[in-house]
Write a protein that binds this ligand. Structure first.
Ligand code: PBG
Ligand code: ZN
Length: 324
């Protein structure tokens, strides 16, 4: 018999009825950049990421409140400190910019779920995600304690979840321990488990001023050519106690997302990173692509590959435009 696949595509109602994958606002996480400093404007446009901003504390609260009213359910906070130093002190300062932002957000926008990015690169003067020795090598074990202090300081500020993005070996276990020993046994950890050394982070590093001053991140972030290695990274982070594991970037690594989904019974996140966002956004601004349709297609593709959650800079736009 002839397979008439078109029968089920003939009306909108039928197409929606048989739709296999859906996008729901509860699955999307909106990133925010918060900048420290007395004279910082409430919001500063990020040139490399059209439609995204660096917020001062007040601007962040206003944006987050407006976004929450639109239906944004959760956010991921990145800090841009006033001063950087060799040991990334701002990352674990009790009154650091992220710690202040979390306290303020949990107070002023209580319904919004607040996740914090745990890393050192925005806070170190060399721009690496860990401590660096005199030869410029990124040190693994000595960085762990600082990362744990950062995660704990976010927890103490009231974060709902912490998300380590540094890719040092063993950090999930050390962070989990630090949280548990200090009474945060119920605080979940979302690990950037399979994080690749990607050109798609370029716009983010401009936004956060976190590009490494020398060298690159290839000694800690993964080689984009590797698939099996991603599974080992994810397995290790789950063993160390990660509650949610992430694949990053998302679009160029859909096969990794699918493989992780098929291999592990864990909640899986994917990060549609700055470069993925900017490609679609910029082509849309030039009139070369239908931005909204392309954004939705990219996100449904990430969900179809197997991601439960997606960090995406399109979250606000799509809700604002009533597209979710
Ligand atoms: C910090 C961090 C980065 C991103 C998330 N956390 C940058 C990097 O690793 O260089 C990238 C996010 C994006 O590009 O949107 N370690
Ligand atoms: Zn980093």
């Amino acid at each position: 018999m002839l397979h008439r696949g078109r029968r089920l595509r003939s009306t909108r109602a039928l197409r929606e009825m048989i739709r296999e994958t859906r996008l729901h606002p509860s699955q999307l996480i909106m990133p925010y950049f918060v900048q420290e400093g007395a004279d910082v404007p409430e919001k500063t446009p990020i040139a490399a990421m059209p439609g995204q901003f660096r917020y001062a504390l007040g601007g962040l609260v206003a944006a987050a409140a407006a976004d929450a009213a639109l239906g944004v359910a959760s956010c991921l906070i990145f800090g841009i400190p006033e001063k950087k130093d060799a040991v990334g002190s701002g990352a674990y300062a009790g009154n650091g910019i992220v710690q202040k932002a979390v306290k303020t957000l949990k107070n002023k926008v209580p319904g919004l779920f607040v996740i914090t990015d745990v890393c050192l690169c925005e806070y170190t003067d060399h721009g690496h995600c860990g401590l660096v020795d005199e030869n410029g090598s990124v040190l693994n074990d000595p960085s762990l304690e600082l990362l744990a202090r950062a995660a704990l300081s976010h927890a103490e500020a009231g974060a709902d979840m912490v998300a380590p993005s540094d890719m040092m070996d063993g950090r999930i276990g050390v962070i989990r321990n630090a949280l548990d020993e200090n009474g945060f046994t119920s605080l979940p950890v979302m690990s950037y488990a399979a994080k690749y050394a990607s050109a798609y982070y370029g716009p983010f590093r401009e936004a956060a001023g976190s590009a490494p001053r020398f060298g690159d991140r290839k000694s800690y972030q993964m080689d984009p050519a590797n698939r099996r290695e991603a599974l080992r990274e994810i397995a290790a982070d789950l063993e160390e106690g990660a509650d949610i594991v992430m694949v990053k970037p998302a679009g160029p690594f859909l096969d990794i997302i699918r493989e992780a989904r098929d291999t592990f019974d864990a909640s899986l996140a994917a990060y549609q990173v700055s470069g993925e966002y900017t490609l679609i956004k910029s082509a849309g601004e030039l009139g070369r692509i239908d931005e909204d349709a392309a954004a939705l297609e990219s996100l449904i593709g990430i969900r179809r590959a197997g991601a439960d959650l997606i960090v995406s800079y399109f979250t606000r736009d799509l809700l604002q435009k009533g597209l979710l």
